[in-house]
Design a protein around this ligand. Structure first.
Ligand code: OGA
Ligand code: NI
Length: 350
């Protein structure tokens, strides 16, 4: 629970606190050091997807492969999702988090197994330190299985967010083909590995924070899923680790940020990297981000493909089901070591 008896952080943050409650304060060794963040090193690559279906196809595939290998993160423009749809979904998220407390709380749950829920921080049942975030998380594929659980306020939530989900899914499927191709695999290779596919979405709400140096919106983590398509509003906050330094990814209107999750790292046998990233907060403005987490279905078996294994490149991971992986992720908490190491075959064979 957020301190002061409130379930949600927003209802604490806007009560005029000048100091953050002690449960949000990170130990000195684990603070964002905001003045040490690099903006001069250039941002993550920006890839124009317009060329994906034309004579420049192979150039764009090459750019995507390069970005997955080098940064684990890239931005996309000309992605086919209309600007109005983007501003609309950001608006809906903003309206949702401005609803009266009693209305928001209708969606509240602290049980991570619930397929639609509003909660706060990361996993309040297991974590030691809280994060400066509220979030609404919900499943969205297949849509008809979940839409009826979603918030019914704002009134257009279900209709508009469903449309957005469909469009983002279309973008993901194109990117998965491109990523498969960039690895020298059949275009439908990743698609086929995912079982019946899963798609989850979050609306993250980061209220202004009176002491942003002491806490995180989300501490450094890698995403446990396959691939994430992040939409952020115009307030900076996302940072990505590159060569040991944190790089700010400042918002560019109407672009999406794409990042490789742990499952693509496995399916590429470590060629592509699921990179540490984090969200920091600021004292001035609240911030909204809307990640779509695309994932295998829980029964899908994930492991390095034989096509990418040879004497020089042995399999880095054992096969596992995504369900097994995901459970470990939520229980472990957001610590810097990523969950992937737990799925490496033991080197000690004695
Ligand atoms: C996430 C995430 C970053 C952000 O939700 O996994 O990394 O900027 N979010 O909100
Ligand atoms: Ni993330």
């Amino acid at each position: 629970m957020a301190p002061t008896g409130k379930l949600l952080l927003a209802d604490v943050a806007f009560s005029g606190v000048k100091q953050i409650p002690s449960t949000y304060i990170r130990p000195i060794s684990d603070r964002p050091n905001l003045s040490d963040v690099h903006i001069s090193d250039g941002s993550i690559p920006l890839i124009d997807l317009h060329g994906l279906n034309g004579p420049n196809h192979l150039t764009v595939i090459g750019q995507i492969g390069q970005a997955c290998q080098g940064d684990g993160f890239f931005q996309v423009k000309n992605h086919g999702i209309p600007d109005e749809m983007i501003s609309n979904v950001l608006d809906i998220a903003r309206q949702f988090f401005k609803l009266p407390e009693s209305e928001r709380l209708k969606n509240y749950s602290d049980d991570p197994t619930k397929t639609t829920r509003l909660s706060t921080s990361f996993n309040i049942k297991t974590e030691q330190v809280s994060s400066w975030r509220d979030f609404l998380r919900f499943h969205c594929h297949p849509l008809e299985d979940y839409v009826h659980e979603w918030p019914s306020n704002p009134p257009s939530f279900r209709k508009d967010v469903a449309e957005y989900c469909r469009s983002v899914r279309g973008l993901v499927l194109r990117l998965l083909e491109a990523i498969s191709e960039s690895l020298g695999l059949e275009r439908d290779f990743i698609d086929k590995k995912l079982g019946s596919h899963g798609q989850h979405m979050a609306m993250n709400y980061y209220p202004p924070c009176p002491q942003p140096e002491l806490t995180y919106g989300l501490p450094g983590h890698t995403d446990p899923n396959l691939i994430t398509i992040l939409l952020q509003d115009d307030v900076p906050g996302l940072q990505v680790l590159r060569n040991g330094k944190w790089i700010a990814v400042n918002p560019i209107p109407n672009t999406f940020i794409v990042n490789i999750g742990d499952q693509i790292q496995v399916l590429s046998n470590d060629r592509y990297k699921s990179v540490l990233h984090r969200a920091v907060v600021n004292s001035e403005r609240d911030r909204i981000s809307i990640p779509t987490f695309y994932c295998p279905s829980p029964d899908a078996v994930i492991g390095p493909p034989t096509e990418l294994i040879d004497d020089e490149n042995p399999a880095v991971y054992r096969d596992f089901t995504y369900g097994e992986y995901y459970e470990k992720f939520w229980n472990k908490g957001l610590v810097k070591e990523c969950c992937l190491d737990l799925f490496k075959p033991s080197l000690n064979t004695t």
